[in-house]
Design a protein. Structure first.
Length: 293
């Protein structure tokens, strides 16, 4: 049987600051490909608990009418930076796409900081709770250094220099800015519909009932989403625990079974695809976009 912890031991020999791109790529793409994706989905959901963010998203109609494209754009642009490095040719192009989208808006620096922080902490929190093993310190620090480097290239100011400092900011921002709002609910429900749409009928209805279990009580209140019934909470818990066991014992078959297309909106990606076409239409100064990362 494959030594499931061999990669972890290798990662622990690396320097989380000097080797953060390599560590984060291995951790997110090889160790936790499915769970990391679920954590990013929670990150997107939680940003919608902030009215100033959800109002911007709601006003664009992006999630109401083009939710899959909006999700795919985020996934592709982040993926390019992880796979090739943020200073690679494609990584730099991904950053240009992100910065171009943001340039149309007057977004407060602390809101940009918060969105960035969710991409560090929500995947780690998900993995620690539901994955086949917990995230190691070296992986957490590597994710921190990776996204701080990305934040610098996005011209985000006042980036924390320590992991714990950024996590405190993340918690304090949520305490100060999470508020219920109609826009939270509209965008949150669009995400619920999107996430459940990836499953065939009638499984999509079961998934839709279990998805709210992935959010804590506070986020559910902010989004105006009802807590799942007891049967759905049981199905969610058993399903995620079963997935963790399967990932530990047979990672390759599970990965082949559960891996979804890189982007449903762009079936040709990444072969022969022009990365400059990812994101809002070029030159569309009226496009309303929220930070992807």
């Amino acid at each position: 049987m494959r030594d499931r912890y061999a990669t972890l031991r290798h990662l622990q020999t690396l320097d989380p600051k000097a080797d953060h791109e390599l560590i984060h790529r291995i951790s997110s793409d090889r160790e936790f490909p499915w769970d990391y994706g679920r954590g990013l989905e929670i990150a997107i959901w939680r940003t919608c608990c902030v009215p100033v963010i959800s109002e911007m998203l709601d006003g664009t109609g992006e999630f109401a009418h083009r939710a899959q494209k909006r999700y795919d754009d985020t996934r592709i642009l982040l993926g390019e930076m992880v796979k090739g490095g943020y200073d690679s040719e494609r990584g730099r192009q991904a950053l240009r796409q992100i910065n171009r989208a943001h340039s149309h808006f007057d977004i407060a620096n602390e809101d940009m900081l918060y969105v960035l922080s969710t991409f560090i902490f929500e995947p780690a929190r998900w993995i620690d709770r539901w994955a086949w093993r917990q995230v190691s310190t070296v992986e957490k620090l590597a994710a921190f250094y990776f996204f701080v480097a990305v934040g610098k290239r996005m011209n985000i100011k006042e980036l924390p220099t320590e992991y714990d400092q950024f996590e405190r900011f993340n918690r304090e921002y949520e305490r100060s800015n999470f508020r219920p709002a109609a826009s939270n609910h509209r965008v949150g429900m669009s995400l619920l519909k999107l996430y459940s749409s990836w499953y065939p009928r009638p499984l999509d209805s079961v998934v839709a009932a279990t998805l709210p279990c992935r959010l804590d009580a506070q986020a559910l209140r902010m989004l105006g989403i009802a807590q799942s019934p007891a049967w759905a909470r049981t199905v969610n818990r058993l399903g995620l625990r079963g997935h963790a066991v399967a990932e530990r014992l047979a990672p390759k078959p599970v990965s082949r079974l559960l891996t979804r297309p890189t982007a449903r909106t762009y079936p040709g990606y990444p072969v022969g695809y022009d990365l400059t076409q990812i994101g809002p239409d070029a030159g569309c100064a009226s496009a309303r976009e929220m930070p992807s990362a």
